[in-house]
Write a protein that binds this ligand. Structure first.
Ligand code: BGC
Length: 752
C-alpha cells in the first residue's frame, strides 16, 4: 500500500494545492516527480458515461449499457437489485479504467416537476438511503468508488447553480439529509459530490456544518468530497469547509488561491495537508487495487433486461393482463418499437442495443402493430388514431406504449406540468373506447396525469427502465415475469395537490420548503388527500396475504432493538414477489408528526401456497424525530403503531407499543423556560404539578362568566407562562430558591 503521509511530506505547497482541482473534465492531477498517478471519474449513475476524448460533446461517450434509472430501480424495493446493478456497472468501470462512478444521485423528490427526478430514487428518505447503499456496495465491490450526489437539498433544476433552499432544521435532518445519511452509513461511498445550490443562504460546498460536522462528524464519512462540475464559488472557503477536490479543471486558477491563502496565513496549512491526503486516499484506493474486470456488454444487457422486469409497477389491472399468447394483440405507439429508456443530461448513456417490446414479442403469433402516435406529432393525428382504434377493435386486446418525450425530463430544467402529450392522451381514450381490453405501458421518470384511467383495463409503469425495457415489458405483459415493483413516490390527482405546489422553484434566489417534513405521502396522508396511486402501491398477477405481526417488546427502551416479524403468503396461483412495507406511526409527540413513516421493507419471493416469515429490526431512529430546540434525535415517550402494509394506503396489520422515550437532557432553566416544559419533564413534573395545584383555581369562579374564563383556560395560560412571570409574583428569595431547586433536579439524568 502506498504510504500517503510520506508522499505528502515530500510535496511542495504548490503540489499539494494542485491535487485540489481536476486536470481536465474527468481526471485528477498527477504529480509526476513523485509518481502520483492521475485517475479518471465518469458519470453514472445508471450506466457508464465515459468520455474518452477531451472536449467531447454531452452525448459523446463510449458505447455502454444503460441499466434502469433510479426512478425505476427504487420501485423494485429490493436492495439486492441496486447492488446487482452497481456490481455490473462497477465491473464495467474497472474494465474501462474509471476510478469513480459519479453516482448514486439521491436527492429527494420534493415535487414531481423536478427535471432530474428520473435520476433520483424516491420521496421517502429511508427507501432512498437503502437503495443507494445497495448501489454503492455493488459498485465498490470492484474496488471502484462511487460519488454520492448532490449533497444536499438540491431538489429542482431551476437556478440550481445559485438558488438557496430555505429549509427548516427538522425537514433537513429527517428528509433532505436522511437520504444521504442512509447511503453513507449503509454503503460507505468513497466520495461525496457537493451540490451547486445554497442551503439557507450558504453554498452547500462552503458549509462546514454540512461537509464536516454532519457528514464526517455525525455520520462517520471518511472519504473525499468533490464539487459538482463548476459548483465552486469561494475555493478557500470550500476547502476549509471540507470540499477537497474541485471539478473539472480550473486551469490552476484556484490552486493559486489556495497557495496564497496558506502563505498569507488565511488558511491553516494542516487543512491543505488533510485535503491532499483525502484526494490521494481515493486515488490509491483505486490504483493500489489490482482487480481485473471485463466489460461484457451482452451479459450486462441481459442483466439490464432482467432488472427492468423487477422494477416495473403494475398500477391497475382489471384482468386484461397477463395477455394470452394465443390471442390477437395489437401493440400501438412509437415506444413499442423504440422505448424511452433514460432521461437527458449528464446521466445519458450511449447505447445502441434497445430492442422494443414489439421486437421482443416477435416470436409470439398474433401480435401486430399500429403506429397510433409519433414523437414528431405536433398534436393528435386523427388518421393514426382512427387506424389504431380500428386495429384495436379487430383484436382481442390492445397495448398502448406511451410516455413522456425526452425533452420533458432532462437535467437543467424542470417540467411544466404532469400531462402526457396531447396526441397520446387522445389516442389512449380513442383506443380504450374501441377495445375494453386495453393496457397502457408508460415510460416516464416521474408521475404523469392519466385522464383516461377509468377507461383502460391495465396500466403498467415501466419508468425509464434502461436498454432492457422493451424485453422486460413484453415478458411482463405476457406473464413470463410477474410484476413486483411498488411506487417509490405518490402519483397525485392534480399538480395543485402536491406538497411543494405553492413554492416549488421559488423566486430564483430562494426556494422556501414550506411543507417542512410533510413531503410525499407524509403530505397526502396528513391532508387526507385522495391520490391517483399511493406511495408503495403495486399489483401482481398473484395475491398475497399477511398475518402474525409480532413485536419482540411492547415497551422498548431507548437503545433497544425491536424485532418485528410477520408472515406473508402467496395465496394465488402464480409465483411472485411481494414488497412488504413497515411503517411507524408516532402517537406520542405533542406536536404534529407524519401519520406514518416507512422504517422497513423486505421483498419475499413466493411460490403458490408458500409462506415466509419476514423479520425487521427497528432501532431508535425508527421512533425518533429531529427535535430542533434540543438539536438532537429524540424519541417521545408514549404510544407508537407498527404497521405492515402492501402500500402506504393498504395497511394490513398493526401492532402498538409504548416506548420509554429518550432520556431528557440535563439543562439549566432560564427566565424563558415555561411551566409547561417543566411539567413535561419527569424530573420536575411532581414539583410543578404541586405548584399548579396550589396556585390554579379549582371549580368555577364567581366573578367571571363561564364562557369568558374557564379553569382549562387558566391552566393553559399558566403552562405557557415563562418563569420570568412567576418571578414577578413571588418574593425574590423564594424565586431564587425555586430556580436553584429546579436546576438541581434537571442536572440529573431522568430515572426510567
Ligand atoms: C451534474 C452531475 C454530474 C456532473 C458531471 C453536473 O452538471 O450535476 O450530476 O455528475 O455534471 O457530468
Amino acid at each position: 500500500m502506498t504510504d500517503i503521509k510520506k508522499l505528502i511530506s515530500q510535496m511542495t505547497l504548490e503540489e499539494k494545492a494542485s491535487l485540489c482541482s481536476g486536470k481536465d473534465a474527468w481526471r485528477t492531477k498527477p504529480i509526476e516527480r513523485l509518481g502520483v498517478p492521475s485517475v479518471m471519474v465518469s458519470d453514472g449513475p445508471h450506466g457508464l458515461r465515459k468520455q474518452a476524448r477531451e472536449g467531447a460533446g454531452q452525448n459523446e461517450s463510449i458505447e455502454a449499457v444503460c441499466f434502469p434509472c433510479a426512478c425505476a430501480s427504487a420501485a423494485s424495493f429490493d436492495r439486492t437489485l441496486t447492488e446487482r446493478l452497481g456490481a455490473a456497472l462497477g465491473a464495467e468501470a474497472r474494465a474501462e479504467g474509471v476510478a469513480v462512478v459519479l453516482g448514486p444521485a439521491v436527492n429527494h423528490k420534493r415535487s414531481p416537476l423536478c427535471g432530474r427526478n428520473f435520476e433520483y430514487y424516491s420521496e421517502d428518505p429511508f427507501l432512498t438511503g437503502e437503495m443507494a447503499a445497495g448501489f454503492i456496495r455493488g459498485v465498490q465491490k470492484n474496488d471502484v468508488g462511487t460519488a454520492l450526489k448532490h449533497f444536499a437539498a438540491n431538489n429542482q433544476e431551476f437556478r440550481r447553480l445559485t438558488v438557496s433552499s430555505e429549509v427548516d432544521d427538522a425537514a433537513l435532518r429527517e428528509i433532505y439529509l436522511a437520504n444521504f445519511e442512509g447511503a453513507v452509513k449503509g454503503g460507505k461511498p468513497w466520495t461525496v459530490m457537493g451540490s451547486y445550490n445554497r442551503i439557507n443562504g450558504q453554498y452547500a460546498g462552503e458549509a462546514p456544518w454540512l461537509l464536516t460536522g454532519i457528514l464526517r462528524g455525525s455520520w462517520g464519512f471518511d472519504g473525499m468530497v468533490m464539487s459538482d462540475w463548476g459548483a465552486v464559488n469561494d475555493r478557500v472557503a470550500g476547502l476549509r469547509a471540507g470540499l477537497e477536490l474541485q471539478m473539472p479543471s480550473c486551469g490552476g486558477r484556484t490552486d493559486a488561491q489556495i497557495v496564497e491563502a496558506v502563505q498569507s496565513g488565511k488558511l491553516d496549512a494542516a487543512v491543505l495537508d488533510r485535503a491532499a491526503e483525502r484526494v490521494l486516499k481515493m486515488v490509491y484506493k483505486y490504483t493500489d487495487s489490482h482487480k481485473t474486470a471485463f466489460f461484457d456488454k451482452e451479459a450486462d444487457h441481459r442483466t439490464a433486461a432482467e432488472l427492468a422486469g423487477e422494477c416495473a409497477v403494475l398500477l391497475k389491472n382489471t384482468g386484461v393482463l397477463p395477455l394470452d399468447k394465443g390471442k390477437k394483440v395489437v401493440f400501438i405507439g412509437e415506444y413499442a418499437n423504440a422505448p424511452r429508456i433514460q432521461g437527458g443530461g449528464s446521466s445519458h448513456i450511449n447505447t445502441k442495443n434497445i430492442p422494443g417490446a414489439l421486437q421482443a414479442a416477435g416470436e409470439i403469433p398474433g401480435v401486430t402493430f399500429a403506429q397510433g402516435w409519433r414523437l414528431s406529432d405536433k398534436g393528435p393525428d386523427p388518421d393514426l388514431i382512427a387506424e389504431a382504434a380500428e386495429a384495436a377493435r379487430g383484436a382481442d386486446a390492445a397495448v398502448i406504449f406511451a410516455g413522456l418525450p425526452d425533452a420533458c425530463e432532462c437535467e437543467g430544467y424542470d417540467r411544466a406540468g404532469l400531462d402526457l402529450p396531447e396526441n397520446q392522451n387522445a389516442l389512449i381514450s380513442a383506443v380504450a373506447e374501441a377495445q375494453p381490453n386495453t393496457a397502457v405501458v408508460l415510460h416516464n421518470g416521474s408521475p404523469v396525469a392519466m385522464p383516461w384511467l377509468d377507461g383502460v383495463g391495465a396500466v403498467l409503469e415501466m419508468y425509464l427502465a434502461g436498454e432492457g425495457s422493451g424485453e422486460a415489458a413484453a415478458a411482463l405483459l405476457f406473464g413470463d415475469v410477474n410484476p413486483s415493483g411498488k411506487l417509490p413516490e405518490t402519483f397525485p390527482m392534480r399538480l395543485q395537490d402536491t406538497p411543494a405546489y405553492l413554492d416549488f422553484g421559488g423566486d430564483g434566489h430562494t426556494v422556501r420548503y414550506g411543507e417542512g417534513v410533510f413531503t410525499g405521502y407524509r403530505w397526502y396522508d396528513a391532508r387526507e388527500l385522495p391520490v391517483l396511486f399511493p406511495f408503495g402501491h403495486g399489483l401482481s398477477y398473484t395475491t398475497f396475504e399477511y398475518r402474525g405481526l409480532t413485536l419482540s417488546s411492547e415497551a422498548p427502551a431507548e437503545g433497544e432493538k425491536l424485532t418485528v416479524t410477520l408472515k406473508v403468503k402467496n395465496v394465488g396461483t402464480r409465483w411472485g414477489r411481494e414488497a412488504v412495507q413497515l411503517y411507524v406511526r408516532d402517537r406520542a409527540t405533542s406536536f404534529r408528526r407524519p401519520e406514518k413513516e416507512l422504517k422497513g421493507f423486505a421483498k419475499a419471493a413466493l411460490a403458490p401456497g408458500e409462506e415466509k416469515e419476514l423479520r425487521f429490526e427497528l432501532g431508535d431512529r425508527a421512533f425518533a424525530h429531529w427535535e430542533a430546540g434540543e438539536k438532537r434525535w429524540k424519541i417521545s415517550a408514549g404510544e407508537y403503531d407498527v404497521m405492515a402494509a402492501a402500500s402506504s394506503r393498504d395497511i394490513r396489520l398493526t401492532a402498538s407499543l409504548r416506548h420509554g422515550g429518550s432520556a431528557p437532557l440535563c439543562f439549566a432553566v432560564d427566565e424563558n423556560t415555561t411551566l409547561g416544559e417543566l411539567l413535561d419533564d419527569p424530573r420536575t413534573h411532581g414539583a410543578v404539578s404541586l405548584l399548579l395545584k396550589v396556585f390554579l383555581p379549582r371549580g368555577k369562579r364567581s366573578d367571571v362568566s363561564d364562557a369568558a374564563i374557564t379553569p382549562e383556560m387558566v391552566r393553559a395560560a399558566a403552562l405557557s407562562a415563562p418563569l420570568r412571570m412567576v418571578r414577578d409574583m413571588i418574593p425574590a428569595k423564594a424565586y431564587d430558591a425555586a430556580v436553584a431547586q429546579l436546576n438541581r433536579m434537571l442536572a440529573k439524568p431522568a430515572q426510567k
